[in-house]
Write a protein that binds this ligand. Sequence first.
Ligand SMILES: [Zn+2]
Length: 506
Amino acid sequence: MKILLTEFRQESNSFNPTLSSLEFWHHTGEYEGQAVRDTFTDQPCAIGGFLKALDESSLEPEVICGTVMASQSGGVAEQAVMDHYLSRLIPQIEANPGLDGIFVSFHGALMTTDFDDPEGEITKRIRALVGNDTVIAVATDLHAYISQTLVEHANVILGYLTYPHVDHFETGYRTARIGIDAIASDVRPVTAWVPIPMIAPAASYNTLDGAFKEVIDHGHTLRDAGSILDFTVYQMQPWLDIPEPNSAAIAVADNAEDAARYATELAELLYGKRYEFKSSLATIDDVIALAKDTSQPKPIILVDSADSCNAGASGDNMAVAEQILAIGGNIRAASVVNDAPAARKAHELGVGATAEFTLGATRNPASTSITGEARVKSLHDGVFRQEGPAGRGMTQRIGRTAVLTFGNLDVVVCEWMAGNGDPQLYRAHGIEPTLYDLVVVKASTSFRAGYSAFAGAIVEADTPGAASSDLMRLPFTRLPTTIYPWRDDPAPEWTVTYAPIAGRRA
Ligand SMILES: [Zn+2]
């Protein structure tokens, strides 16, 4: 058995005006061949999971490591990024005729300047190249946009089952296991897809508690009972301005009837709970007032999800910092910002220097900036390891980094933010969140995995930005207002589409 694995992963945000260039992608590196094994073996990512499942398979597959490239979320990718990826991947496939399988790790919510659904397009091109006998197994994020095109050209599609996402590795592992079965097992797994006409703000649900946990728990119950082999319930990333959006349910079973039945059941369940996926947003001023209240346990975590780089926003909005400086009084506060010019300036000035700094709005002109006298408290190389539990041990690189102090407000200033949901974004730079009254976290839900352990309170604030939870106020121009929350129809006639069943050893 011969399997090629590859990754092309980024989450796009249509409302971030800065396109994601190849240079931006390359901050995270590009790997192929032995470098993939050296970098990702046993790492908490989908490729690590692929490798584990393939290496432990009794069928002893030959594993070819094709190109692996992933990027921090951001604005729509320049088409040159996808062209570059294909210019690497296509020759790798051509150089290995007779592949039994291609296992692909996508985020699933990428857009390029030419394609609304690049993952579907790429899978279609791979299929055209390898024919119908090669199994294409795709692992994705839970926030993927699963399109008709992807389903028509992949054989297996599975995504994360956790949010905050802590099962990247397991998702790669599950996908590869089913992919191997699709190639070699006597009973071929059948993948059924049911699109769901809704999107929900990412900060309004998680799998730790509440309505979405109930949906995912139901899937686990079906799997544990042997009714299905696997499943995913997708909540589409809501900041994609595309003409055919959908959330989705996928069920994989050993027969078509069960795959269809349970995918429909999961779709019905998610849609039925749509009213429960609402964010309640506090005003910035109210959260600051909470931080000033000495009777409140600290730290107060102010969730600025609208400016979350994890969700593709620019991470350069200082709207919250502006209010902290204006009305925060004596509270000790911490924030973070993407501002490459300010980070470089701090490095030129050196530790202890005081100067006038302008922070913010270097990437998105619509963002708020602040200007004031600040002290360069510390300088860093921006390399740190996540403490987890999500992505524990993963190395993040955020470029040249400085901590600037404006009175009682400490700001981590970096070149390109990453690991936003992990407390080490602060701790590694000398800011211990538990000693602060107010900590700004630019993430939607990922941070709950780490911050819940010590937060006095977690409050989502109504902040401006490309990843706003207030979907109705975002400037969609192409997304049809025929889905929830724009339209609130009763459950539709569910349509089931099967991914093709492939495999040469029939
Ligand atoms: Zn996600």
